[in-house]
Design a protein around this ligand. Structure first.
Ligand SMILES: Cc1ncc(COP(=O)(O)O)c(C=O)c1O
Length: 353
């Protein structure tokens, strides 16, 4: 059912302030926002250079691109909606299915948007803590699900922990929460090579969000999409704007889909450099956690402030997540090129020695 969008009680800006986003990132090593540090496919740049007057001056058409995206994902076109980034997708879904006082289960720590949009809507947040080893707290979530549960959010792999949610655990949640929306954010699915999108026709309560920002390296372009069964997609289309996504995003996304080798190459690079970074940090006694994404979490304990400050001073930006539950003393660090990782490791060694 479509729900009325309630007047904001909280602002996004307040929540975003807490995220300590860096405003001047030029010429710095940007390991703070989990972007693609290899850039994007050259084909994307070439396609954008060839943009025509007609393409710019007319409203965009989406059919050809949606066909291409559907075949990449092995889905039907009526299982998809394009959005202005995954952020926008998550907002559309929460605005559509969540009303004031509805209950939403949010495993934490996780991507800030679920908490902030719930606050804006006025929904009742039921937080479930991740386990101490940052594994997914499936039993505690199952216990919390009841007749009042309207939505459950799962980020897989999770941001900021980097940890994976097992498919079997997701299925148990889908089975138990038959009357709730199970919203899975798969922004980092290319790094784990795991997705639940093949389940959309088996579970009518499942909605998945993916993005071109990470594996494809198009964060600046703002292109995301929603995946679900046809009924849910039809329902969501009632509130998605007809020209939600601009023509340059479509041109860039289409060229990115023509160069899947680029994504494979980047994913392999991330895996290699992630192993290098984890091993080097472990060698010097820094605790880390397993990651299936293009970033890791490292625990510097009481040395956190000094490490964070020194890295900043050396123009290496990382994300200080130490105020989040379970992450005291931790930095979230994006995996970049071998050069960037070596520079980072050397700086950390200098500070800790
Ligand atoms: C889990 C998660 N979902 C969504 C997003 C936002 O994606 P987009 O750039 O497509 O809005 C991010 C960005 O960091 C993310 O970590």
């Amino acid at each position: 059912m479509l729900k009325r969008i309630v007047k904001p009680k909280a602002t996004l800006q307040g929540v975003i302030k807490k995220l300590h986003l860096n405003s001047d990132r030029k010429d710095k090593i940007k390991l703070d926002l989990n972007e693609n540090l290899m850039g994007c496919s050259l084909k994307v740049i070439e396609a954008l250079k060839k943009v025509t007057y007609d393409e710019i001056s007319m409203y965009p058409e989406y059919d050809t691109f949606i066909n291409k995206l559907a075949s990449y994902l092995n889905l039907e076109t009526n299982n998809l909606i394009l959005t202005n980034g995954a952020d926008e997708a998550l907002r559309v879904i929460m605005d559509t299915y969540l009303d004031k006082s509805d209950e939403i289960i949010i495993p934490i720590p996780t991507f800030y948007i679920f908490e902030s949009y719930s606050e804006i809507i006025g929904a009742k947040k039921k937080f479930v803590y991740y386990n101490n080893d940052l594994s997914f707290p499936v039993e505690n979530i199952l216990e919390k699900i009841n007749d009042n549960t309207k939505m459950i959010t799962i980020v897989n792999p999770n941001n900021p922990t980097g940890t994976l949610v097992e498919r079997q655990d997701i299925i148990r949640i889908l089975e138990k929460a038959k009357n709730s929306i199970v919203l899975i954010d798969e922004a980092y699915f290319q790094f784990s090579n795991k997705s639940c999108r093949d389940l959309i026709n088996s579970y009518n309560n499942l909605i998945i969000v993916q993005t071109f920002s990470k594996g494809f390296g198009l964060a600046g372009v703002r292109l995301g999409y929603i995946i679900s069964n046809e009924d849910v997609i039809q329902n969501l289309k009632k509130i998605v704007l007809p020209f939600e996504v601009n023509v340059l995003s479509i041109i860039a996304g289409s060229a990115a889909l023509d160069d899947l080798d680029f994504v494979d190459h980047y994913v392999n690079l991330v895996r290699g450099n992630r192993n290098y970074l984890l091993a080097e940090l472990n060698k010097i006694g820094v605790r880390t956690y397993p990651s299936d994404a293009n970033f890791i979490v490292a625990n510097f304990g009481e040395k956190l402030d000094v490490v964070f400050k020194e890295l900043n001073g050396k123009n290496i930006l990382v994300n200080n997540v130490s105020s989040l539950p379970l992450l005291e003393g931790c930095l979230r660090i994006a995996v970049g090129t071998k050069n960037q990782m070596e520079t980072l490791v050397n700086e950390i060694k200098d500070v800790l020695n």
